[in-house]
Design a protein around this ligand. Structure first.
Ligand code: PEP
Ligand code: MN
Length: 295
């Protein structure tokens, strides 16, 4: 880690707290639980996700509108229309929105409509993109490259920090290995190491690591147990129908159950799981299933 400076605890001994919205942060005592689909597919889909998760201990939503697909023939994302959906659902639910940026040309629109810009694994070493993200103020969620060492990961964060943006969140999402049983190998050793050597918040994405929904909840709990500042989990109102990453998507019920189960682990490791804030923008409706007001 010889060349890293700004990302290391030696340059800033206290942990960085990154603010996603006026009331949601990551890096302090509160955990950050993020849920949402791999891809934004429609406004109805995102409203279904938000109306369920806003009442769980889930503090932010995710949804890709610019999708880095292995095949050019697969769904590439809704683009600007998807960003407008994220903004509309954010304004109704109060939940900040995380979405992926793939190119410098997308930064301005994403800054306008969303709250956190995700750099996907495939772009962790797109240095021009990292430099451009150093010029904005909104938080950047930097995912670890498919086969990046911990040092390369920290140096990628260093690009953003050294160009002026201190709001960097690291995300461990699994690294490639030899065994196709899981999509990737979740490197919890890296989570512990990153918490020891850097002052940046560390989020864990067990969904892209596992690639199979039945592995996701236990990996999420393990991540919180070993010191992660939060988890980001893919979920969908109809998991089997997801246009991307269907095999790893939790149902909304499974997501809510997972979020609740993190409370005891949070307490055991000296963290807090923020409870949902029921405020006037949420209309609980007459039925037993709370819904957002969509008026
Ligand atoms: C995603 O978050 O949907 C995604 C594409 O993740 P990753 O870059 O980790 O593969
Ligand atoms: Mn995905």
């Amino acid at each position: 880690m010889q060349k890293a400076k700004l990302a290391l605890k030696t340059s800033s001994p206290s942990n960085t707290i990154v603010r996603l919205s006026d009331r949601i942060t990551i890096g302090g005592p509160d955990l950050l639980i993020v849920g949402g689909p791999c891809s934004v597919e429609s406004q109805a889909q995102m409203e279904a996700v938000a109306s369920r998760l806003v009442l769980a201990p889930v503090q932010a939503l995710r949804g890709g509108v610019y999708k880095p697909r292995t095949s050019p023939y697969d769904f590439q994302g809704l683009g600007l229309d998807g960003l407008k959906i994220l903004q509309a659902v954010r304004d109704r639910s109060g939940l900040p929105m995380i979405t992926e940026v793939m190119a410098i040309s997308q930064i301005q629109d994403i800054v306008t409509y969303a709250d956190v810009l995700q750099v996907g694994s495939r772009n962790m070493q797109n240095f021009d993109l990292l430099k451009a993200l150093g010029k904005i103020e909104k938080p950047v969620l930097l995912k670890r490259g498919l086969a990046a060492t911990i040092e390369e990961f920290v140096m990628a964060a260093e690009y953003i920090l050294s160009h002026g943006n201190p709001n960097v969140i690291l995300c461990e999402r699994g690294i490639r290995s030899f065994d196709p049983y899981t999509r990737n190998v979740l490197d919890l050793g890296a989570v512990v190491a990153l918490k020891q050597i850097t002052h940046l918040p560390v989020l864990v994405d067990p969904s892209h690591a596992a690639g199979k929904r039945e592995l996701v909840a236990d990996l999420a709990r393990a991540a919180i147990a070993c010191g992660a500042d939060g988890v980001m989990v893919e979920c969908h109102p109809e998991p089997e129908q997801s246009v991307s990453d269907a095999r790893q998507a939790l149902s909304l019920d499974e997501m809510v159950n997972l979020a609740h189960s993190l409370g005891a682990i949070a307490t055991a490791v000296g963290r807090t799981l923020p409870q949902p804030l029921i405020d006037p923008i949420i209309n609980l409706g007459a039925g037993s299933v709370p819904q957002l007001s969509l008026a």
